[in-house]
Design a protein around this ligand. Structure first.
Ligand code: ZN
Length: 358
């Protein structure tokens, strides 16, 4: 049975969601509290936001997007997308996904479409758990390529326990949990050729993090944007440089691209990416008004309304972290690392203002 909000308690949902990947870096307890308010909003929004299915979809010969299902009423936290480029001799995998069962399903789907080829190279788009924690389940050794900043953050990641806990549709329990160090870093761009397919790896950072990579296939006008793109899912800004992110989206909108595979949400195109940028713009202007009025970030987050974007998956959950991040931008104190303490304090104020009991 799929994990949905219907068969989970709210407490379960909180635990499985924000804490789901079990990282001791990157996810603060502050993020968890506000998640509770998201369900009512999601329920109201069901007519506007689509549901999408898990699928391996061939977009061009040898080019596949792997989309994990989601949408209103589904488990969306920690559920990301990947992809593969199948060459004459080997496969490039784009992101390893996160939880063990998700990753094993991805690997099985790869073996189904390209049964006899080695997965010899992995491109990791950024250091967040839902994109890197699947690495131990891929056949090693493989070349693992990422941005320099991403590698540094991956190596700094620690875990509360060395094994995964049993959890439906997430982990059988007991699978090993560790970081597989990347073998190759880039800080600008690289081009690979898989047969005649040109595969450009582009740095588009700082955006969602300070080490975001995307994969561009110019012949097919396809962009694997990873977390540069969140479609129908509220962008997650806790390591972001949000204004730079918007500027980078403008650059992507100027590229020769028809199809965009986001890190979260269904396959889309420039229209979806432009819409996501509008979310960031609306958020910025709402946060700015309150920053200028001297309001604290927690109180501001509790007040901020995003219009139609309030219906996006996780919109309520991300109010605090995104406000904290914009406040740092306005104050000139933005750093690559998330502000765990700032998020924690803002969450306390947010919860008090919204009347949420933890
Ligand atoms: Zn992600």
């Amino acid at each position: 049975m799929p994990i949905t909000t219907k068969n989970m308690t709210r407490r379960d949902a909180l635990r499985r969601g924000a804490a789901g990947l079990g990282l001791s870096t990157g996810l603060s307890t502050g993020l968890v509290a506000s998640f509770a308010t998201s369900f009512a909003t999601i329920a109201k929004a069901q007519t506007q936001i689509p549901n999408w299915k898990t699928e391996m979809r061939e977009l061009a010969p040898g080019v596949f997007a792997y989309i994990q299902g989601g949408g209103p009423g589904e488990m969306n936290q920690g559920v990301s997308n990947g992809g593969i480029i199948v060459g004459p001799d080997s496969i490039l995998v784009i992101d390893s996904l996160g939880a063990p069962i998700q990753t094993k399903n991805f690997i099985a789907a790869i073996k189904k479409v390209a049964p006899n080829k080695p997965m010899s190279r992995m491109l990791i788009s950024h250091h967040h758990g839902d994109h890197i924690m699947g690495l131990p389940f891929f056949p090693q050794p493989m070349e693992i390529v990422c941005h320099e900043y991403c590698r540094k953050e991956m190596l700094a990641t620690t875990f509360p326990t060395p094994n995964w806990e049993k959890r439906a549709n997430w982990a059988e329990g007991g699978e090993p949990r560790y970081i597989v160090p990347p073998t190759t870093t880039i800080d600008d761009r690289a081009t690979y050729y898989y047969g005649n397919t040109e595969v450009q790896v582009l740095t588009i950072a700082p955006s969602h993090t300070y080490g975001d990579l995307a994969v561009y296939l110019p012949q097919h006008k396809i962009l694997f944007a990873s977390d540069i793109g969140f479609f129908y899912v509220a962008p997650f800004c806790h390591n972001a440089a949000p204004t730079k992110w918007m500027e980078h989206i403008d650059q992507v909108l100027g590229m020769n691209v028809d199809t965009i595979i986001p890190g979260h949400g269904p396959i889309g195109g420039k229209k979806n990416l432009a819409e996501m940028s509008e979310y960031l713009a609306v958020f910025k202007s709402e946060a700015r008004k309150r920053y200028d009025a001297g309001m604290s970030p927690g109180k501001a987050a509790a007040e901020i309304k995003l219009g139609r974007f309030d219906a996006w998956i996780g919109a309520q959950d991300r109010l605090v972290m995104n406000t904290v991040r914009y406040y740092h931008e306005f104050a000139g104190t933005l750093k690559p690392e998330l502000d765990a303490e700032g998020n924690r304090l803002a969450t306390i104020e947010f919860s008090a203002a919204r009347g949420i009991k933890n």
